[in-house]
Structures are given as structure tokens and as C-alpha cells.
Design a protein around this ligand. Structure first.
Ligand SMILES: Cc1ncc(COP(=O)(O)O)c(C=O)c1O
Length: 373
């Protein structure tokens, strides 16, 4: 197997657990076990206390699948849900099972590397369609249309987008699914940041509800701030497709962690409470970032994110972002994510604003700029 290194994950594992101020995290502030368990109703408390730690069902705990459908895909049912160990396994299992060497896949970039890497690993022909800042990093259907070939089978998107924080509107999604339908294409829609933030046009529906040949990917990690659970899911109207993907899961995790399934169930039942807390942290942090961007507009520039908890910032300097970030983390313990980790060769970095200690991290960044730049 010849797979490229996952640059972003390698970079994060080098710093994530040693740098005190993560100013590039892509998840919301986490919760303690105690906090989540205190939200449980009587039925789920009993489930938790009497849980037996054997294997669980490969598709996922039936109650959890039902809750995912009810909470996030109301027009679908539990039969349309397949659970995974995180979103990452969902990406690998889906794209490895379904992309074939003779297929062509179109993917919007910059992107979370596995979305690009797994189809390549399978031997598929991949065309990267760059999102452009002059288009506010939004999807451009013409660019996608121009890239369609006779053997195109997949369009792979991620909105809210990592790293720009831009979203897809209901109209844009409908136009995209119309285009996919016209050419018989499947749509893989990574929606792991959905419901985090407040997009000005509201949220588009999940792709899997909108289009019969779409797969929507979700997870507890990002909007819910529960990455340690490693519980993700895909939703798809086509249950035969799910079955093919499930066959790949048999070679990976086989089933989810039993305790994590129950905690995920409790979290999803309390979705509104959890999202309200996380979105409040995010809104407060965004206001501080607005002020920061205005104050330092000579040095930095961004398109204000609409969804998720990351944004893509240009560093307007002759110094490379990689150098700047290395100095910053060494002197102030503040971690940024240089765009080179996305194989993006312009002077940008990802900033994250989902965490409670973001104000302090930003303050330290400001001190650093004032004394060093
Ligand atoms: C767009 C995107 N998809 C998938 C993932 C993987 O999520 P998880 O860590 O929950 O498996 C990430 C993580 O950063 C991501 O940004």
C-alpha cells in the first residue's frame, strides 16, 4: 500500500498535546463524562449502568442510529444510517469501498487530506477543483461542470469547509445535486462541521436528504465537541450502497465502542443544549477575531467564516507562515496550522475559535505580533 503521509494529522500530533494554546483546533470545546451523563434520562442512565462490554452491531447501536436519523436526518430512517469509529473511518470505508480504479473523482481543494488521498489510493483519477478566495471560497458549479469527464463518478465536497469556514447554501446544493443527477454522479458530502455556527442564509439540508445518490458524513467530534468518543456516521438513501460500505467496516473497526455509543446517544438527545453552549463560545470568540482582524488588517486578511469553527487567514508578510508559526509556538505556546499542511502554497494559516481559552491564545498572539513583527 502506497499512501502519502497525512500532513495535517502529523503536524497536529507533533504539537497538539504539548502546546497549551491551540489556536487552530477544528472542534468545539469538549465536555466531561460527568457533564454528559448528568444530561441522561432514566432510560439511558439504566443503559449506561447495565451496559455489557461485548461487541456491538456493525451498523451501530439501533437506538443510536434511530436517534441520529431523528435528530439530524428527519426525512430518513435508522436503515439509512451506518456508524463508524469517527468520521475518518467513514471517509476511508466509503471512498475505498466505492471508488474504483476506472473512476474519475472531482474534489474541491484545499481539503482535509483523506478526502483526496483515499480515492487516489484506490487508483481513481482525481481532479482537484480549487475554491477561490475571490469567490469567497464558495462552490463554483461552472468549475465543477468543466471538470466532468465520461468516467466521472464522484463529486466530493466538504461544507462547512475546513479550512475556510465557508458554507453551501440550499440553492447551491440544489444546483449541485441537479448537475450530479444530470451526469449520473454520486455526491460524497463531508458535513462534519454542520450545525456549528450561524450561516447568514441558514443551513442547507444534509445532502443525503436532498439527493438519492448522496452520502452525508457526520460525527460527534466537531459541533458536539466530543471527539474522544470516536463516533461518526454516514447517511444515504441507498441501503445497498450502505451495505457495500459496511463490508469495508468489517475489515476496519468491525463495530463501535459500546460505551461511546451510549454517550453519543445521550449527547444527540441533548443536541440543542450542547449546540447552544458551543455556538455561544464560538460567537463570543468570533467577535474578538473580528476586532483582531480589523486592528491588524495590514498584516492579516480573511473571509469571515460562516460555519464551523475554523477560518483561513492570509499572513501578509515576506516571512513564511511556517516560519512565523514555528516562532510563535516556541515563544508563546500558541499553535496555528500553516496552509502547507493542506499542500496549499500561499501564505495562509488555519485559525480555530471553538475553544474556551481562545481569548487568551489570541491575546498571546497579539503580544507576539507587537514585539516580533
Ligand atoms: C473535514 C473533515 N472531515 C473529517 C474529519 C475527521 O473527523 P474525526 O476526527 O471525527 O474522525 C475532519 C477532522 O478534522 C475534518 O476536518
Amino acid at each position: 500500500m502506497n499512501i502519502n503521509k497525512f500532513k495535517l494529522e502529523e503536524y497536529l500530533s507533533q504539537y497538539e498535546f504539548t502546546s497549551p494554546y491551540l489556536l487552530c483546533s477544528s472542534d468545539a470545546e469538549s465536555f466531561s463524562m460527568h457533564e454528559i451523563l448528568s444530561l441522561a434520562d432514566k432510560e439511558d442512565k439504566d443503559l449506561w449502568e447495565n451496559l455489557r462490554l461485548g461487541y456491538t452491531e456493525t451498523y451501530g447501536l439501533p437506538k443510536l442510529r434511530k436517534q441520529i436519523a431523528t435528530s439530524l436526518f428527519p426525512s430518513l430512517s435508522d436503515n439509512n444510517i451506518l456508524c463508524f469509529a469517527g468520521a475518518e473511518e467513514g471517509i476511508f470505508a466509503s471512498l475505498y469501498a466505492l471508488c474504483q480504479p476506472e473512476d474519475h473523482a472531482i474534489i474541491l481543494t484545499p481539503c482535509y487530506q483523506s478526502l483526496l488521498e483515499v480515492p487516489k489510493l484506490k487508483g481513481a483519477d482525481v481532479t482537484e477543483v480549487p475554491l477561490k478566495e475571490e469567490n469567497q471560497w464558495r462552490i463554483n458549479l461552472e468549475d465543477i461542470q468543466k471538470s466532468i469527464k465520461k468516467n466521472t463518478k464522484w463529486v466530493i465536497i466538504n461544507f462547512p469547509h475546513n479550512p475556510t469556514g465557508q458554507v453551501i447554501s440550499e440553492e447551491e446544493l440544489k444546483s449541485l445535486t441537479h448537475l450530479c443527477d444530470k451526469h449520473g454522479l454520486w455526491l460524497f458530502s463531508d458535513e462534519v462541521y454542520r450545525l456549528l455556527g450561524t450561516p447568514s442564509d441558514g443551513w442547507a439540508k444534509p445532502a443525503a436528504e436532498t439527493y438519492s445518490k448522496a452520502i452525508s458524513l457526520g460525527v460527534t467530534s466537531k459541533a458536539f465537541g466530543l471527539a474522544g468518543l470516536r463516533v461518526g456516521w454516514i447517511a444515504c438513501q441507498d441501503t445497498q450502497m450502505l451495505q457495500q460500505i459496511k463490508q469495508m467496516k468489517d475489515y476496519l473497526s468491525i463495530c463501535n465502542s459500546a460505551p461511546a455509543e451510549i454517550i453519543s446517544l445521550i449527547a444527540l438527545k441533548n443536541k440543542d443544549f450542547i449546540l447552544k453552549r458551543n455556538n455561544q463560545i464560538l460567537d463570543d470568540n468570533l467577535l474578538l477575531l473580528d476586532q483582531f482582524m480589523l486592528k491588524y488588517q495590514e498584516k492579516f486578511r480573511w473571509v469571515r467564516p460562516q460555519g464551523g469553527c475554523v477560518g483561513f487567514v492570509e499572513y501578509k508578510s515576506t516571512e513564511s507562515v511556517d516560519h512565523f508559526s514555528a516562532r510563535l509556538v516556541k515563544e508563546k505556546g500558541v499553535l496555528l496550522l500553516p496552509a502547507s499542511n493542506y499542500d496549499y502554497n500561499k501564505n495562509y494559516f488555519r485559525i480555530g475559535f471553538g475553544r474556551k481559552n481562545m481569548p487568551e491564545a489570541l491575546h498571546r498572539l497579539e503580544e507576539f505580533i507587537q514585539s516580533n513583527c
